[in-house]
Design a protein around this ligand. Structure first.
Ligand code: SAH
Length: 254
């Protein structure tokens, strides 16, 4: 009997952001795989086995989940946010491409989730209202020069840029360099949104400008949205400002 592997997006944290489809996938699973803190978000059930792993062990985790499903089991592999955005769905596809034929015969499903940039954007207004892109600042799987090239291209082309994985203990300086790089193309008053631990108890949203952004703390739980030259801010008395990017672009900005 051929099993099934469902790669489930849990959303950014708040359980109200978990879709009913994701909830169903977690309910029917016999075995749950995932990075420990993500698995901790799923209530423990006696009739499900749990296989937590470290965040650096994506390939090993994907292979273990595939092997388990290939034995005929109903397996769920959980991811924070959306599983297709800098996450486990691509890892699973890479392992299937390189793995035994039996893995290609499996029923593979990807259940989408709300990705961090959408959750952060919603808290700030509508910074992604016009063309945008997402770039991970992690250089574990790509050279830093490529990140810089993409930042240049994105800012030059007038994209709003969502920065995932801005900082980690192993990568303390890259975020500052990325902001400096974007500053070559954008005015200092460009709005920048920092969303930390969105959807969790310790959530915080900070709105800054590109010139002030280097002084704001970012960590692995932070998603940063750097506006384009068109992104604007509406100040409101006694209320947080609204950050938005108008839907229409009239001129070539770069
Ligand atoms: N698959 C995830 C992204 C994984 S990369 C998703 O779709 O959201 C991990 C990065 O996502 C973090 O470094 C951070 O930049 C961002 N992130 C994940 N959860 C977040 C949250 N609750 N609040 C803010 N940023 C978050």
């Amino acid at each position: 009997m051929s099993g099934r592997l469902t790669i489930v997006g849990l959303g950014p944290g708040d359980e109200r952001y978990l879709t009913p489809e994701a909830d169903d996938a977690l309910t029917i699973a016999e075995a749950l795989y995932g990075y420990g803190p993500y698995l901790d978000r799923v209530p423990v059930r006696e009739d499900q086995t749990r296989h937590a792993s470290d965040n650096r062990e994506e390939s090993t985790r994907a292979k273990a989940a595939l092997r388990h499903a290939a034995k005929g089991a109903e397996v769920a592999l959980v991811s924070g946010g959306d599983p297709g955005v800098f996450a486990m769905a691509a890892t699973v596809c890479e392992e299937i491409a390189a793995g035994p034929k039996a893995w290609r015969d499996l029923d593979i499903r990807v259940v989408p989730g709300i990705t961090a940039m959408l959750a952060v954007a919603a808290k700030a207004g509508a910074p992604l209202g016009h063309d945008f892109c997402a770039i991970s600042l992690s250089d574990n799987l790509k050279p830093w020069e490529l990140v810089l090239k993409r930042l240049d291209a994105a800012a030059e082309a007038g994209f709003v840029v969502a920065l995932y994985n801005p900082v980690s203990r192993a990568r303390p300086w890259q975020f500052g360099e990325a902001l400096a790089r974007l500053s070559r193309h954008l005015p200092g008053i460009t709005p920048v949104v920092f969303g930390r631990a969105v959807g969790r108890e310790e959530e915080s949203i900070t709105i800054a400008t590109l010139e002030k952004a280097p002084a704001i703390k970012a960590d692995m739980a932070t998603l940063v949205i750097v506006g384009s030259a068109e992104t604007r801010l509406i100040p409101r008395e006694g209320l947080p400002p609204l950050v938005y990017t108008p839907r229409a672009a009239e001129k070539v900005t770069a």
